[in-house]
Design a protein around this ligand. Structure first.
Ligand code: GLU
Length: 502
């Protein structure tokens, strides 16, 4: 059997990190088994449709390198890939179910149903449209053929419902889920779900099952929130006379506290992104917050799935090679923003410095640096292991391009002594007279000056750093000195002396 899996989001807003993980597991599973990863857009619910969400989903997957083999942007042989373009397929298939008596037309108006619901509630009961009462309600099973045609002739609105259970049929339905194991369902407890709405549009359940069948989907890997729908879906496959796909319901991603599902709002609440790309000013994305796609995919792959062993850093192809549905855990994975940052930091240390150079180029421009001879590649290499997020680049690198305008007061109070001006003037002269200005030669020069004059190295290094950077941060001070060059270094030293030695 050809392995074909699908990610089937509804375009109701930006894709949440839970959806990203579902897509990733589908992708890894398909790639591992040489199968096909399909993206299908489930946009039958026009009320929840949000403009731009479909493009967002496709852009997010592209950024994360979890690219579908077939999608609305890249159609294969099973199209269309958007449910709104597949309406005729739902109509023809539902008609077959109605003809075979497995689904029926229900004319009960929303008002009638509402009063049935409140009457039941008044008795402390719940109204369920099912085998126990369908014969007494207004539908094509309870009405005569003539009555039904008369209602159709007068264009009485109706929905189509699934006949989930009938008296005398087998009650126990055995379900199997790769992650959850076996679940037995008493089908007499199921309600007659609506398959086609009054507006003629299929509901999620109908469209989803028809599409999975017609698109040759072999494995349905989706979020745990769909587990309660599995019985209905399996019954629908049976009603159509089709084989069910294999099901795997992936556990939830939990809040950082471990309590409850990570929600779209948790991002702003806890101050970290939960969306791959920025959607609007209230929903910042991982990309814009400085995360690398490979760090994010690595981290979220491990939220609810474990390859075993100590190793934690895996490329997408390593993840693919090791992936199996059986190793997905039953319990939810807790989203830990600090762990996610740690992964990003690890990956940032491995990236080619050209990526950081590109960021630097942009930052230099946006921060209004007019002219600079500073070697960007050199700066990139010097700050690389100091970065946790790509957005840290400017914070770590700004002093290479811009001389300090003020100085960290606490550092100055502690490190700037009465003799500092004198010492730094000599250091400036030393730098000025150096034949070679690599970090190493400057280091040797300044260290031997300290030695020869009996000055503790700390009395030079900290004030020198304050003069060059404005505070005690940054990489090796001789590297900073050498990278910004002799002229810049001397002028910064002189400015600091002027400002700080009163
Ligand atoms: N459209 C559903 C969703 O938004 C898809 C569920 C499924 O994968 O069957 O999650």
């Amino acid at each position: 059997m050809a392995v074909r899996v699908r990610f089937a989001p509804s375009p109701t807003g930006p894709l949440h990190i839970g959806g990203v993980r579902t897509a990733l597991y589908n992708y890894l599973f398909a790639k591992k088994l040489g199968g096909t990863f399909v993206l299908r857009i489930e946009d039958t619910d026009q009320n929840r449709y949000v403009d731009g969400a479909e493009a967002y989903i496709q852009n997010a997957l592209a950024w994360l390198n979890i690219s579908p083999d077939e999608s609305p942007r890249n159609e294969g042989n099973y199209g269309p890939y958007r449910q709104s373009d597949r309406k005729s397929l739902y109509i023809s298939n539902i008609n077959k179910l109605v003809q075979s008596g497995k689904a029926y037309l229900a004319f009960d108006s929303p008002d009638e149903l509402a009063s049935l619901r409140s009457a039941a509630e008044a008795n402390g009961e719940t109204f369920i449209y099912n085998w126990q009462n369908r014969e007494s309600l207004k539908n094509s099973l309870s009405l005569s053929e003539e009555e039904t045609s008369a209602l159709l002739k007068t264009s009485t609105p109706y929905v189509i419902r699934f006949k989930a259970f009938s008296k005398g049929s087998k009650e126990l339905l055995k379900l199997n889920d790769v992650i959850r194991g076996n679940v037995d369902i008493n089908t007499s407890l199921l309600d007659d779900k609506i398959l086609v709405k009054q507006d003629g549009m299929p509901t999620y359940h109908l469209a989803n099952v028809i599409d999975d069948h017609l698109m040759g989907i072999s494995h349905v890997i989706r979020g745990e929130e769909w587990l309660p729908s599995m019985a209905l879906h399996v019954l629908l496959y049976k009603a159509f006379g089709w084989d069910s796909p294999v099901f795997a319901h992936v556990p939830l991603i939990l809040k950082p506290t471990g309590e409850g599902k990570l929600s779209k709002r948790d991002g702003s609440k806890f101050g970290f992104p939960v969306f791959p790309l920025t959607w609007d000013s209230n929903t910042p994305g991982f990309r814009e917050s400085g995360y690398l796609p490979q760090a994010l995919t690595n981290y979220i792959a491990l939220l609810g799935w474990s390859p075993g062993g100590e190793k934690e850093l895996f490329s997408l192809s390593e993840l693919t090679n090791m992936f199996s549905l059986e190793a997905i855990t039953k319990s939810g994975g807790r989203f830990d923003p600090e762990r996610c940052k740690w992964f990003n930091q690890q990956y940032l240390q491995q990236v080619d410095s050209s990526l950081l150079v590109a960021v630097l180029e942009k930052e230099v421009k946006t921060n209004g640096v007019e002219k600079s001879d500073v070697d960007l590649t050199r700066v990139a290499k010097l700050i690389q292991n100091r970065l946790t997020l790509l957005t840290d680049v400017w914070q770590e690198a700004n002093f290479f391009f811009i001389a300090p305008k003020d100085y960290d007061e606490k550092a100055v109070r502690k490190q700037w002594k009465d003799d500092t001006a004198k010492i730094l003037s000599s250091v400036a002269e030393l730098i000025d007279s150096a034949d070679e200005t690599t970090a190493d030669t400057l280091g040797v020069l300044i260290k031997s000056y300290a030695n020869d004059n009996g000055i503790g190295l700390g009395k030079i290094m900290a004030p020198l750093r304050i003069a060059l950077v404005g505070s005690l941060r940054g990489p090796d001070v001789f590297e900073i000195c050498s990278t910004i060059g002799v002229q810049n270094s001397i002028s910064r030293i002189n400015t600091a002396i002027k400002n700080l030695s009163v």
